[in-house]
Design a protein around this ligand. Structure first.
Ligand code: DGI
Ligand code: FE
Ligand code: FE
Length: 398
C-alpha cells in the first residue's frame, strides 16, 4: 500500500489543504491519506478563541471525510496523543511500526520543503518516507524546488516527487481566521465552517438561533457524514419546490429540509440522552431504534439549539413515520425526504409526479411503499406509520 501523510496545525483546515491533498493523492496514486494535526505547544495557542487540539482533530476529520473516494482519506490523532515534544521523525517511526510493509510519503508545501534538512533527524525522516512537495503560492519558484529536491536526493538519498497542483489555492489558516473574525466567508469546506460556527471558534461568536440559511446548512452538514450531504441538499431543494407548489412557507420548508437528518449519526445512547434532556416521551419500539429517534432529536435541536419555530419542529419530528392528520409542511418534508433527486428505487418516478399533482395520494403511496418495504425486511411497523396510512383511508384520501 502507498500511504500519504500530511501534517499541519490545521487551525483550521482549509480549501488549500483539501485541494493539495487531492492532487497529491492522485499524482502519487495513494491508497490511503492520513491527515495528521500537529501538536501546538500551549504557549503558541493564538487566543482564547483559538481551537483546542480536539477541535483541530475534529475539523480535520470533517475535512478528510469524503475527500477521497472509498474513505481513503482519514484524520489521525497520533501526534496529539503523544507526550512531550512532537517530531516528524517520531511520527514516521510510529507509522513505520504500524505499516511495516507499506510505502510512506510525506506531503508538504514549499515552505516546509525548503527547510527539510534543518528539521529534527532529517536522515530518519528521509529514510522512512518519500517526500511529495507542492507549491503553496504561484510565487514559489519551481527552480528553487528542483534545486532543493536535487540536494535532498544527493545528501540523504531521499525519494522526492514535486507535485504540480492543477490550481494553486493561495489560502492560509491565518487568512481564514482573519476572515472569520470579520464575519467574511472563509475558504474552508462548508462542513468545517459549520463546525467553527457551532463551537464559536476564532471569534465567530455566532448566535445559533439566528443563523442565515447558508450558516444553518453549514452547521447541519458538519453534523453528518459526507455521504449524507447530497441527500440533505436534495431534501432542502425538493421541500422548497413542494412548498411553492402547494402554498406552504418555502423558508420553513427549507429550514426543515436542511436540519431534518442532523442527528442521523448519533448513536442510540446519544439519542436517548437528547430525548431525556428535552422531555421527549418514547414508546418501546422507539427506545430501541436510533432510526426512529433521529427525527425526534433532530426536531429538538432544530428548535432548542437552532431556534426554529414549531412548524419546523413538527415537520422534522414526523419526517420518518408520519402520523394521523399531518399538516401541509409535515407532508412536504416527509415526501421530500422520500423522493428527493438522489433517491432511487422502483416506483420513485411515479411518486415524484404524484407529489406535484395530488399530495395526499402521494403520501398514501409513500406510506404504502414504506410499509411494504419494512414488512419485507421484517421490521415492525410503528403505530404512527400505520396511523398516518389509516387516517388517509378513513378520510377518503387514498
Ligand atoms: O433518515 P432517512 O434515511 O433520510 O429516512 P427516514 O427518516 O425516513 O428514516 C428511514 C429509516 O427509518 C429506515 O431505516 C426505516 C426506519 N423506519 C421508518 N418507518 C419505520 C421505521 N422503522 C420502524 N421500525 N418502523 C417504522 O414504521
Ligand atoms: Fe431521516
Ligand atoms: Fe432524510
Amino acid at each position: 500500500m502507498r500511504i500519504g501523510i500530511y501534517g499541519g496545525t490545521f487551525d483550521p483546515p482549509h480549501l488549500g489543504h483539501s485541494s493539495a491533498a487531492k492532487a497529491a493523492a492522485e499524482a502519487l496514486e495513494l491508497d490511503r491519506l492520513l491527515l495528521v494535526p500537529a501538536k501546538v505547544p500551549p504557549h503558541k495557542r493564538l487566543s482564547e478563541n483559538s481551537a483546542s487540539p480536539e477541535q483541530r482533530l475534529e475539523m480535520t476529520r470533517i475535512l478528510a471525510d469524503g475527500l477521497l473516494p472509498q474513505g481513503r482519506a482519514q484524520a489521525d490523532g497520533l501526534e496529539l496523543a503523544r507526550e512531550g515534544m512532537s517530531y516528524t521523525s517520531d511520527t514516521l517511526r510510529e507509522m513505520k511500526a504500524r505499516y511495516p510493509d507499506d510505502e510512506l510519503w510525506l506531503l508538504m508545501g514549499t515552505d516546509m520543503f525548503m527547510t527539510l534538512q534543518d528539521w529534527h533527524e532529517p536522515e530518519v525522516i528521509l529514510s522512512l518516507a518519500g517526500v511529495a512537495a507542492f507549491r503553496r503560492s504561484g510565487e514559489d519558484s519551481p527552480q528553487a524546488m528542483e534545486a532543493q529536491a536535487a540536494r535532498l536526493r544527493e545528501d540523504f538519498g531521499a525519494r522526492v516527487r514535486l507535485v504540480e497542483l492543477p490550481r494553486i489555492r493561495e489560502v492560509s489558516s491565518t487568512q481564514v481566521r482573519q476572515a472569520l473574525a470579520k464575519g467574511e466567508a472563509p475558504e474552508v469546506p462548508l462542513p468545517v465552517y459549520g463546525y467553527i460556527l457551532r463551537d464559536q471558534l476564532y471569534g465567530t461568536n455566532a448566535d445559533l438561533k439566528r443563523l442565515t440559511d447558508d450558516e444553518l446548512r453549514a452547521c447541519s452538514l458538519s453534523m453528518v457524514y459526507a455521504k449524507r450531504h447530497a441527500h440533505i441538499l436534495g431534501v432542502e431543494k425538493t421541500a422548497v419546490e413542494l412548498a411553492e407548489r402547494w402554498g406552504a412557507d418555502p423558508e420553513l420548508a427549507r429550514r426543515a429540509g436542511i436540519l431534518h437528518d442532523c442527528t442521523k449519526y448519533l448513536n442510540l445512547e446519544e439519542q436517548l440522552q437528547i430525548c431525556r434532556k428535552y422531555g421527549i416521551v418514547l414508546d418501546d419500539l422507539e427506545r430501541e431504534s436510533a432510526k426512529l429517534l433521529h427525527s425526534k432529536t433532530g426536531a429538538a435541536l432544530a428548535r432548542y439549539v437552532y431556534g426554529q419555530p414549531e412548524e419546523v419542529y413538527w415537520a422534522i419530528f414526523w419526517h420518518t413515520t408520519g402520523k394521523a392528520d399531518m399538516s401541509l409542511l409535515e407532508k412536504i418534508v416527509y415526501l421530500a425526504d422520500y423522493m428527493e433527486p438522489n433517491r432511487d428505487f422502483d416506483g420513485v418516478d411515479k411518486l415524484r409526479k404524484l407529489c406535484y399533482t395530488d399530495l395526499d395520494a402521494a403520501l398514501a403511496l409513500g406510506l404504502d411503499m414504506s410499509i411494504a418495504d419494512l414488512t419485507e425486511r421484517g421490521v415492525p411497523i410503528h403505530k404512527n406509520t400505520q396511523g398516518a396510512r389509516d387516517w388517509l383511508t378513513r378520510h377518503g384520501k387514498g
